[in-house]
Write a protein that binds this ligand. Structure first.
Ligand code: PEP
Length: 257
């Protein structure tokens, strides 16, 4: 599907979460490379677990597909057992890093402040952060979820120079839609994407905010991808479950071409 009105380059990323051994990752990438047409007109990013980054980067090295990590620490190095730095991710050819995924916010104590530190460190290392924001079901039903999302964007991206803004991708991921099979309707998603863009304009100004990509994530599947991606402020998708299967992920990518 062509988006003639959009000047922003579509970005489709697959978040593999804690799935795939190195051999399984290799099989998935080989399957994808067999299925995919030429995708050089958009950005396709694979985010495997840390252990498979190197192999996946190797397998896609002659293609336009890029590799991303699912988290990182903000320090360059040090006594931080279990952590990994932006420099280490660059060392295995990562170009992107997902930050503040709702699973990290909910299960591992990630805050807007830690996401902010990580985003700054990622940018300093020439890694493009994919910064996730989104409301829980409770927040959508009982609270002003618009204020919550606006605050997540503001605090996660505070103090970043406007000239670096275009390197940042924001992912709107309503928590109630992640892994549930219940996606936001295209209209619901578009409303929040427009709200996020307004926050980005307030932070970085029209010129830079207008070029920033905002992805939708939450049960994106082959049967709903085209309609979601057709919305004016939806510039791509962050895909969980459906990115673990070559056919399904290929179909979603094709919807973005
Ligand atoms: C995600 O994990 O970022 C995600 C959107 O998952 P799913 O597509 O499975 O809902």
């Amino acid at each position: 599907m062509k988006h003639l009105m959009k000047t922003r380059r579509t970005i489709i990323a697959g978040n593999w979460k804690m799935f795939k051994t190195v051999n399984e990752a290799e099989a998935l990438v080989k399957g994808l490379l067999l299925e995919l047409p030429d995708v050089s007109s958009i950005d396709v990013v694979l985010c495997p677990p840390f252990t498979a980054l190197s192999r996946v980067a190797d397998l896609v090295s002659n293609t336009s597909i890029r590799v991303g990590a699912q988290d990182m620490h903000w320090e360059k190095e040090g006594a931080f057992t279990g952590e990994i730095s932006a420099t280490m991710l660059r060392d295995v050819y990562c170009r992107y890093v997902i930050l503040g995924h709702s699973e990290r916010r909910q299960l591992f104590g990630e805050t807007n402040e830690s996401v902010n530190r990580k985003a700054k460190a990622a940018l300093s290392a020439s890694l493009r952060p994919i910064v996730c924001v989104g409301e829980t079901l409770d927040e959508r039903e009982k609270k002003d979820f618009r204020a919550i999302i606006t605050r997540q964007v503001k605090e996660s991206l505070a103090g970043i120079p406007a000239e670096q803004a275009e390197e940042i991708v924001v992912a709107y991921e309503p928590v109630w839609a992640i892994g549930t099979g219940r996606n936001a309707t295209p209209a619901q998603a578009q409303e929040v994407h427009a709200l996020i863009r307004t926050s980005l304009v307030a932070l970085f100004g029209d010129k830079y905010a207008g070029n920033m990509r905002i992805q939708y994530g939450g049960s994106v599947k082959p049967n709903n991808a085209a309609e979601l991606l057709g919305q004016p402020d939806i510039d791509g998708a962050l895909v969980g479950g459906a990115s673990l299967e070559a056919r399904a992920f290929t179909a979603i990518i094709k919807a973005g071409l």
